[in-house]
Every structure is written in C-alpha cells, then in structure tokens.
Design a protein around this ligand. Structure first.
Ligand code: DGY
Length: 323
C-alpha cells in the first residue's frame, strides 16, 4: 500500500505559487472562505492533520491541538507574530511552530512611517474634507500639523521592525532616537540611540512607535497613566498588536488631545467595528492591518511558511522556528 500523503489544513488561500509547491507534497484542505474559519470549522478542519498553516486570526490553542490529534507535527503561521498560538502547549506536545520573520520588516516599517507622517500632517481628515466638498481656499492656519525634522523618536521594542523604522527616520529626517527595551542594543547606523525607561520615552518623545510583541506582560502596556505622560503635541503609532494599547484609555486620551494624534495599523479586536469611537475620531487614523501587505512580501512570507511546513513534516528543523 502506498504511504498516505501528509494532511495539511490551510486556513486561508495564500499566494498560490508556494501553495502549489505544498500541494505537490501534501494532501491540502484549503479553507475556501474570505473570512477565517469559525471555531467549529477550525476544529473540524484540523482533525487528523499532520500540519496546519495558520493565520493571525486563528487561535491555535490546546483545543486545536487536541482536535488535530497526536500525529500533528507542525504549525506554520503566515506571520511573524505568533501571539495567536499557545507556544507552551505546542512545546508540551512536541509540535514545531514556525513563523515568517525578516521578509516583512521593510514593508511594515514603511507603513509605520506612513502612519506617522499621515497622523502628523492630518492626511486623512484633510483629504476627507476635499472629498466632502469642504475645500474653499488656501488657509494660512488650516490643517496645521507638526514637523518631523530634528524631533525625538521613541521606539518601544528596538527589534527588527523597530530598528528599520528608526533607520528611516533617523537617517531621513535627522530624528533623535530614544528606545525602551529589555536589553541594551548596539545597532549599526543607530549608535546614537539612547536607552531609557518606557515612562521616560513617553515623556520625552515627539513620536512614539510601538514594536513590541503581545504577551501577558505587554497587554495594555500603553494605558491611561502612560498616555498621560505623553506630550500634548506627540503622535503615537502602533504597527505591532492592538492589545498593546488600552484602547478605551486611548479614546479618552485622544479626545483630550494628549497625545495629539494616533496612527494604528492594528486594533483589538480586528476588525474594529465601524462605530467604535476610535474610528470616528478626527485625530486617529486606522488601517486594516496592512503592514506586510505588499505583493513581494506576502509572497516571501508564503515561501517561508511552506518551507517551515515541509521541514516540519519531514521531522527536520524548521527554516524559521519560533519555539
Ligand atoms: C505579522 O506578520 O505578525 C503581521 O502582523 C501580519 O503580517
């Protein structure tokens, strides 16, 4: 009897080239919907699988490992962040977990800079005024924003993406760099960076960009007390995970004008309901989690994701292991 092909549950259609490579090696069930599988569909879909290709919208926890069964070898997340996966449970069961670092660093850093500029120069609200027919004349004091050149940038979490954002803004706009991190960082091109506490960073920075993983320690890290430390002229940008900010506190802070504005590529939950107060605030720009959304980046993520799966199925070390 020929050996059966390994079974994979793929929770969404990802860029096809690499998926085809996977389909040649494995029996893949690809969730056909545009929206993620429901919890029940996820639990049913993984049953009997050797591998799972998951997205950040899929909660991969003990119940999913249990539903998959003891033959499950590998979970490959189509993302660098793995806060949707219970890594301890995966380790306990001997299931390898992979992610897609590096390839999305530039695309995500570009979106952080775009949000920073857009929030600082009020691009969304001023652009909306044109579409709504409210543009009457050139106004000496209309739509005033803030400059970037020579200002202070605070990076919370100077990892790959945080450093890429810093390089753009220090190199391009001559910004002074502060960062908060668990350890000292020596990064080429960013030698003048000064490590400070998070509270100092919030109090001293004109622009704050969040690049920390979402963990139990960082959930709600930017809360009401910390928001109140920010300058009334400051701009807050988040391209990491929505849960790092206490959103109710952010609504109140933005209403009160401290910080001046925010640019968010991530929220909690995602999607954020259209009637959520953050969506309607004129000093808040929200994007639908598009940090890694370029053709080349999503393709590169798919390549790593499939490599991780194939290695895991073969019992070999993953290309990008995160456990
Ligand atoms: C990630 O990879 O973690 C992003 O948030 C989605 O690309």
């Amino acid at each position: 009897m020929p050996e059966r092909l390994p079974r994979i549950f793929v929770t969404r259609q990802i860029p096809p080239t690499h998926l085809q490579r996977l389909q040649r090696e494995a029996d893949c069930v690809i969730w056909p919907g545009q929206l993620p599988p429901s919890r029940a569909d996820l639990l049913a879909g993984v049953a009997g699988c050797d591998g799972i290709l998951s997205l950040i919208s899929d909660r991969i926890d003990a119940a999913v490992f249990e539903a998959a069964g003891p033959q499950l070898k590998v979970v490959s997340n189509y993302a660098v962040g793995v806060n949707n996966i219970d890594l301890a449970e995966a380790a306990r069961r001997g299931v390898a977990v992979g992610n897609t670092p590096d390839v999305l660093t530039d695309a995500t850093a570009d979106i952080a800079v775009a949000l920073l500029l857009a929030a600082a120069r009020r691009l969304q609200a001023s652009g909306d005024s044109v579409r709504q027919g409210e543009w009457k004349t050139w106004e000496p004091t209309g739509w005033l924003g803030c400059d970037l050149v020579g200002r202070t940038l605070g990076i919370v979490g100077l990892g790959r993406i945080g450093a890429a954002v810093a390089r753009r803004l220090v190199g391009g706009w001559g910004m002074r760099l502060l960062y908060s991190s668990r350890s000292d960082k020596r990064i080429e091109g960013l030698e003048t960076a000064r490590r400070v506490t998070l509270d100092e960073l919030l109090a001293e920075s004109d622009f704050v960009s969040l690049h920390t993983d979402l963990t139990e320690e960082t959930r709600g890290l930017i809360d009401a007390r910390r928001l109140a430390l920010m300058k009334p002229t400051a701009v807050l940008v988040n391209t990491s995970r929505g849960g790092v900010i206490d959103q109710s506190a952010l609504v109140e802070a933005l209403r009160g004008g401290r910080p001046l504005a925010a640019g968010l590529d991530v929220t909690d939950p995602e999607p954020l309901p259209p009637d959520h107060p953050l969506v309607t605030l004129p000093n808040c720009i929200i994007l639908p989690h598009i940090g890694s959304a370029t053709v080349a980046t999503r393709d590169a993520m798919a390549e790593i994701c499939v490599d991780n799966l194939l290695a895991g199925l073969a019992g070999q070390p993953l290309r990008c292991p995160c456990s």
